[in-house]
Design a protein around this ligand. Structure first.
Ligand SMILES: Cc1ncc(COP(=O)(O)O)c(C=O)c1O
Length: 1016
């Protein structure tokens, strides 16, 4: 090993010039160059860039000198494109010449002069630093296979033995500086050194300080090359990066950002491993520790070598800055710069939380998704609440907020993750990472509710810390929980600004199950002096203590914080729409509809809702409020069902065309659909809407029977074309209708609940069937006969009316006897909604001649179908083509198949039946408490609650029904009212409706009935 105390050679210029000439055949102008332990000269040769002559310290072992030679030879061969020293051999072919001089003999080596200027004199932009990393990566990749006995040396600059710097602590006289070094040394010994033997080792340059790095002199900032391989040795690969960083980041405002540029450049050229990056921050610091302790030691020994203290003061300053930076944060920045997770497993944890969000327990007693939310104005520095909070006037801030909530109808205040805030004014928010900047980005999610609001853990957890922060505008009571759900890397949740009651109740080590109480929102006296709220934060770095977790972070590092302290919105069940509104406002849409759309288009609710997303049983509005959808029977399997979406997108990406070309989907779908129907119904045809299906049915019936006459049920609705409006009493009898046409005959709604009281119960079906017989008789009187009888299998707009048992059997028999066809309109009630059967007509044990289908058939995709018998199909085939541009296209059929698959695969008919039975039982219980509920009826998930002001007279309670409907909407549940008197609550939830959904519906119904009843 070179003895550093051994004096450097001190040849005269004339001696050096003679060596260059005599041994290496080089003549030119000579000048001295700085060197720590050797003696270097520059020789400028006319017309060439020249050479460096190095007179090696006499104490350097031969093996070291040979190692240098072998290394430079290796690079010449394996990295010809890299600008590194190139050997000029002596006249005798040797790389080293042995020269005699005072203090000698010495070995002398000559290398070509490399162009460029030292990085020390250039601007250290991130681009240049990234380029430095790349050059070092290229170099070390080229050295991968190189080894030499001289490389295996012990050397105080070897970062693996950085711990030995402790022995030099005594040379550091300032006790504060000694304490600073001790902190790094202690960390190194405890946490870093034990990991080093597991890291990759290789021959490295080991001294890419800014005097050894050359940049292009043209100002481009590109790194031109590296000089001085005198410190090369076999050590940790990552030490190469650490050394480069230690020097290149000195004096910079954002040293970690600069180090990130270097390591990212290196990683791009020669991929690093996560465990290497995990020690980088400490190794950078340890390089500085070696440097400053060596300087201190040498000051002691050789007081006047200025080279030794070149980087000393900046090194101390950087050590002080690094000491203030949490290594986890620095490492997160370095990791992310290389494309790794900011903390091990952070992306997996974030992905898991997102994927499992729907199954997490609610953090509040009412789920935040269901609440009316508004953003707290902390993003606006001039807002009175922000000002009052920053000036520690929590009561004033609370009063402003409460008043705002009352005015805007807000139940839950939200302070978003990532928000730029000015409320954080104390010195503790000065950035430790980027000099001269402040931490301004909120890294938690705030939920504002009154003090005392109970907070529950969404996931099972173990309690890690329960602490009280006493500083003003601190957290007050703060709880750290750790979650380790199966299949997810462990992560932490932090609960700040709580009431102090938690301190006595929880202690580290306690286990909480999902849904268990964490704490209560604290009042200002306990919560750090804020308007009551929860600061909820996640950390994917589980090792951070509660107070280390950064509640507010630097804006430039938001992408790092997003992985280290991810947005807890999913964890807390706050939908993304809460934070960002897109498109037009509700008011603007209403105005534009009025201006540019048919005024007959109606809008639900006096205060219309703008939905922006559907998800299963939920519809989410433009402000992130989720409504339980108990009304929309089109999204049969739930909104945006993934299987249906996938089938639709897949087929749409392949082919969509009309039915004149052959395609598998249409025949496969026809097979699958008819297989759900009774044997005689074998011929399918496809359309796009229920109205189109019914219109096609009409043409079939007319062609088959030669008649126009139709018998329909009172208050029926069958579609929007003129021909169908004529068959829809619900339309032609009401405002704008033209009344009943002569070919249309109307039979009474077979409503058992409203059957005349003098009808014996057992005869209700026959009595209502007689009404149809009356119509047939009337037709006869007029010289007519029925072409068809059409009924919804459970009349819907008529008020969820369940046909009395045996009714259709009798009716079908008499219609058929009169030569008419029997048609079941299953547009609303089909596809297994009744649970026990695929089709609601099956409840009546009949087989129609034609069945029409729509709404749920495509789970929201516009499609419809008509299925009939061979005979009717044969008559319809009268020479006129049936062409429907879109009906039966490959995409629609793929969607139809997916819907059938899901119903079958997920047992949704059985679910509908079970949930329907459960709800009916609960409705009946509600009926016991509320006299106003006259009748409860349903089968599967087709349900009705009829409200009457008097159970005897059955006078419709229309107003009450409307009030319940509106009250449920206010509470976040969608239903409808139907029936000739609009007094029947109509419920048709999706087939995936779960018991929890049913319980929520009941909770809302019960509350709403109580509320409306109390108002009566
Ligand atoms: C029973 C019934 N039949 C037919 C239709 C018409 O279907 P569409 O609106 O798809 O044309 C409807 C629509 O509400 C309906 O309820």
């Amino acid at each position: 090993m070179t003895d550093l105390t051994h004096p450097a050679p001190s040849l005269s210029l004339a001696e050096a010039q003679a060596i260059a000439r005599d041994f290496f055949g080089v003549e030119g102008g000579i000048s001295p160059l700085a060197s720590e332990r050797d003696q270097n000269f520059r020789i400028i040769v006319h017309g060439e860039s020249g050479f460096v002559l190095k007179i090696v310290n006499a104490s350097e072992p031969q093996e070291q000198s040979d190692f240098q030679t072998a290394l430079l030879d290796h690079l010449a061969q394996h990295a010809p494109g890299l600008s590194v020293p190139r050997l000029r051999r002596a006249r005798d072919g040797q790389a080293l010449a042995v020269v005699e001089a005072q203090g000698g003999p010495f070995r002398a080596r000559m290398v070509e002069w490399q162009l460029g200027e030292p990085l020390a004199k250039a601007e250290r932009t991130l681009e240049t630093l990234g380029d430095l990393g790349r050059v070092l990566g290229d170099l070390d990749r080229a050295m991968q296979g190189f080894i030499h006995p001289g490389a295996l040396r012990s050397f105080e600059w070897d970062i693996r033995t950085a711990g030995e710097a402790r022995q030099r602590l005594g040379f550091v006289t300032d006790p504060e500086k000694r304490a600073l070094l001790t902190r790094f040394l202690d960390r190194f010994d405890a946490k870093v050194a034990p990991r080093l033997p597991g890291l990759r080792a290789a021959v490295i340059h080991n001294d890419a300080n800014d005097w050894n790095v050359l940049v292009d002199a043209d100002g481009s900032g590109r790194v031109a090359g590296l000089i001085d391989f005198g410190d090369a040795l076999h050590s940790l690969l990552i030490a190469e990066v650490a050394v480069a960083c230690a020097y290149s980041i000195l004096d910079l405002d954002d040293p970690i950002g600069a180090a990130a540029a270097i390591v990212a450049g290196f990683h791009g050229a020669y991929p690093l491993q996560e465990q290497e990056i995990d020690v980088l921050f400490d190794l950078i610091a340890m390089r500085l520790v070696i440097s400053v302790t060596m300087s201190a030691q040498r000051h002691d020994k050789i007081a006047d070598n200025p080279y030794l203290s070149v980087s000393e003061a900046p090194a101390w300053a950087l050590l002080q800055r690094l000491d203030a930076i949490n290594p986890v944060f620095a490492t997160a920045i370095l990791r992310q710069a290389c494309g790794f997770d900011a903390a091990p497993g952070s992306r997996a944890a974030i992905g898991w939380i997102r994927a499992e969000a729907k199954g997490l327990h609610s953090v509040l007693s009412q789920h935040p998704a269901r609440m009316r939310k508004g953003l707290v104005p902390y993003g606006d520095p001039a807002n009175p609440m922000t000002v009052a909070s920053a000036t520690e006037e929590p009561e004033k801030a609370t009063a402003w907020w409460d008043e705002h909530c009352a005015r805007e109808g807000i139940d839950l205040g939200i302070g978003p993750w990532g928000e730029e805030r000015t409320v954080y004014t104390s010195p503790m928010f000065e950035s430790r990472l980027v000099a001269g900047t402040r931490r301004t980005r909120h890294l938690g999610l705030d939920l504002f509710l009154p003090a005392g609001t109970k907070l529950f853990t969404p996931l099972a957890a173990s309690v890690k810390e329960v602490v009280i922060e006493t500083e003003a505008l601190g957290y007050g009571c703060l709880i750290k929980l750790e979650h380790a759900p199966e299949g997810c890397p462990p992560f932490v949740s932090l609960w700040g600004h709580l009431a102090h009651e938690a301190v006595g109740r929880l202690k580290p080590g306690d286990r909480l199950e999902a849904g268990d109480l964490v704490g209560e929102m604290g009042a200002p006296a306990e919560n750090g002096g804020w308007a009551p709220h929860l600061h909820l934060q996640l950390s994917t770095a589980t090792g951070l203590t509660a107070t280390e977790i950064l509640g507010v972070g630097e804006a430039p590092y938001l992408p790092v914080w997003a992985e280290l302290f991810p947005d807890p919105a999913d964890f807390a069940g706050v939908p993304p729409e809460t934070f960002h509104q897109t498109g037009r406002s509700r008011e603007a849409i209403v105005a534009e509809r009025k201006r540019g759309l048919l005024p007959n288009l109606s809008i639900s609710y006096e205060e219309p809702i703008k939905f922006v997303r559907g998800d299963g049983v939920w519809l989410i509005d433009d402000r992130g409020r989720a409504y339980l959808d108990c009304f929309n029977n089109v999204c049969h399997l739930g909104h945006a069902h993934p299987d249906v979406v996938e089938a639709l997108a897949r087929q749409a990406g392949i082919l969509n065309t009309n039915t004149r070309y052959l395609h598998d989907n249409i025949v496969e779908y026809a097979e699958r659909l008819t297989a759900t129907l009774p044997d005689d119904l074998t011929v399918a045809s496809f359309a796009c809407t229920g109205s189109e299906a019914n219109s096609l049915m009409l043409r079939m019936a007319r062609t088959h029977t030669g008649r126009d006459e139709a018998i329909v049920l009172d208050w029926a609705y069958h579609g929007t074309t003129q021909a169908l409006i004529d068959l829809s009493p619900y339309k032609y009898k009401r405002k704008g209708g033209e009344g009943r046409k002569a070919h249309v005959f109307e039979a009474a709604i077979p409503d058992s609940y409203r059957a005349p009281v003098d009808w014996p119960v057992a005869e209700i079906a026959s009595r209502y069937a007689e009404r149809v017989a009356d119509e047939i008789a009337e037709m006869k009187r007029q010289g007519r006969a029925p072409g068809l009888f059409m009924a919804e299998s459970i009349p819907s707009v008529a008020g969820q009316v369940f046909l009395p048992e045996g009714y259709l059997k009798e009716v079908y028999a008499m219609v058929r006897a009169a030569g008419g066809l029997c048609v079941a309109d299953e547009v609303q009630v089909g596809f297994g909604r009744v649970g026990s059967h695929w089709w609601a007509f099956e409840l009546q044990d009949v087989v129609p001649d034609i069945v029409t289908m729509g709404k749920p058939i495509g789970n929201g995709h516009p499609m419809a179908a008509v299925v009939t018998t061979k005979e009717v199909a044969a008559s319809f085939n009268n020479g006129m083509e049936y062409f429907n541009t879109f009906g039966g296209n490959p995409v629609s059929c793929a969607v139809g198949l997916a819907v059938l698959d899901v119903i079958e695969r997920d047992g949704l008919r059985a679910n509908a039946l079970a949930m329907g039975d459960y709800l009916l039982a609960r409705f009946r219980k509600l009926q016991e408490r509320h006299e106003i509920i006259g009748d409860v009826r349903g089968q599967g998930l087709f349900l009705g609650i009829e409200l009457v002001t008097d159970r005897k007279t059955k006078a419709p309670a229309t107003e009450f029904a409307r009030a319940v409907n509106n009250g449920a909407r206010r509470r976040g549940v969608l239903m409808g009212t139907e029936g000739p008197h609009d007094n029947v609550l109509k419920l048709r939830p999706p087939m995936i409706f779960a018991k929890a959904d049913a319980d929520l519906l009941m909770e809302v119904l019960e509350e709403t009935f109580d509320e409306v009843a109390a108002r009566q």
